[in-house]
Design a protein around this ligand. Structure first.
Ligand SMILES: [Zn+2]
Length: 274
C-alpha cells in the first residue's frame, strides 16, 4: 500500500508534545494535509492515554477551525506485531547499534516504512532527545547538514565517517535503514516549540498532549523516563502535584541506592586490600 500524495505529510503521531507540535505546525502554519500513523506497542501501558490525547487534539483543532481539522486525515493504526520481519534491516540495525545508542524502535520503524512503502515518514526527535544527546558534535552536525536538512541519516553518516563530510550513501550501507525517515524538529528544543506554539496560537492544544509511559491512577506517574525529562526540561507544571511528590521521593531513593552501592564497592575494595 502506498501512502501519501504530493502535498501530504506522513507523520508518526504519538499524541505527545513533539509529534503533536509538528502536526499542529503543519496544519495551522503550513496548511498542509497530514496522514498520521500510530503504531501500537503492546508493551506500553500508555496506549489508551495516547489515543485519547490524539482525539482531544483533533476536537480542539475542530473547535478553533473546522477547515483545518479536515487537513488531519484519520489516523492509520497498526500493531507493532503486524510489521513483517526483514532480516536485512534487522542485521543492518544490529550492526549500527554496536556503534550508536539507537532505540529499538528504529528497527521496527524501518521495517514498517519499507513494508508500507511510505516516502519520508516524519519522526519527531527533538534537540535534547536521547539520540541527539549521544551524537558527538551534534550542534556542528546540524549546522553542516543544511544541504540535506533534517535528515538524521546525513548526520549519522558523517559520524560514521568521522570526518564530517557528506559521503555518498548506498543501499547496502547499514545507515540506509534511515533512508525513508525525515526528522523535521531536530533543531528545536521543547521551549522553542512552546514559544512557536504561543506565537502561532496553538499552545493551549499542545498542552493537552500526553507524555507519561507508565500512567499511575490514569495520571502522569512522575517517575518514568518521559516524566523525568518533562520535569528536567522545565515543564514540571504539566505533572500533577502528587506525581511531582512521587518524583521527589523517587529521586531520593535513587540517590540513596547509588550511594549505598558506592559504599559497598569501597568496602569490598578495602577488604581485598586488607
Ligand atoms: Zn510517567
Amino acid at each position: 500500500m502506498k501512502s501519501g500524495g504530493e502535498a501530504e505529510i506522513n507523520l508518526l503521531w504519538s499524541g505527545g508534545w513533539d509529534s503533536t507540535f509538528r502536526l499542529l505546525y503543519l496544519v495551522f502554519v503550513e496548511k498542509k494535509c497530514v496522514q498520521p500513523f500510530y503504531i501500537v506497542d503492546t508493551e506500553r501501558a500508555s496506549t489508551l492515554n495516547e489515543l485519547k490525547a490524539m482525539h482531544i487534539v483533533r476536537e480542539e483543532v475542530a473547535k478553533k477551525n473546522p477547515q483545518l481539522a479536515d487537513l488531519i486525515k484519520p489516523t492509520i493504526i497498526i500493531s507493532v506485531h503486524d510489521i513483517k520481519p526483514d532480516p536485512d534491516i534487522t542485521a543492518k540495525f544490529n550492526r549500527l547499534r554496536e556503534k550508536f545508542p539507537l532505540g529499538s524502535q528504529y528497527e521496527w520503524l524501518s521495517r514498517f516504512v519499507k513494508q508500507w512503502m511510505i516516502q519520508y515518514l516524519e519522526i519527531c526527535v527533538h534537540k535534547s532527545d536521547h539520540l541527539s544527546r549521544h551524537i558527538p558534535n551534534f550542534e556542528l552536525c546540524i549546522e553542516l547538514s543544511e544541504n540535506v536538512p533534517n535528515t538524521l541519516v546525513n548526520m549519522l553518516s558523517r559520524y560514521e565517517n568521522n570526518d564530517l563530510k557528506i559521503r555518498q550513501l548506498y543501499e547496502n550501507d547499514d545507515i540506509s535503514i534511515f533512508f525513508l525517515f525525515s526528522f523535521p524538529i531536530l533543531k528545536l528544543s521543547k521551549n522553542d516549540m512552546k514559544r512557536i506554539a504561543t506565537e502561532k496560537g496553538f499552545l493551549d492544544i499542545l498542552e493537552k498532549t500526553w507524555f507519561c509511559h507508565k500512567p499511575w491512577r490514569n495520571r502522569p506517574c512522575g517517575i518514568c523516563g518521559p516524566c523525568e525529562l518533562t520535569i528536567k526540561e522545565g515543564f514540571g507544571y504539566r505533572v500533577p502535584k502528587i506525581s511531582r511528590l512521587r518524583h521527589k521521593i523517587w529521586m531520593i531513593i535513587k540517590y540513596l541506592s547509588k550511594t549505598a552501592k558506592k559504599d559497598s564497592q569501597l568496602l569490598r575494595r578495602k577488604k581485598i586490600q586488607v
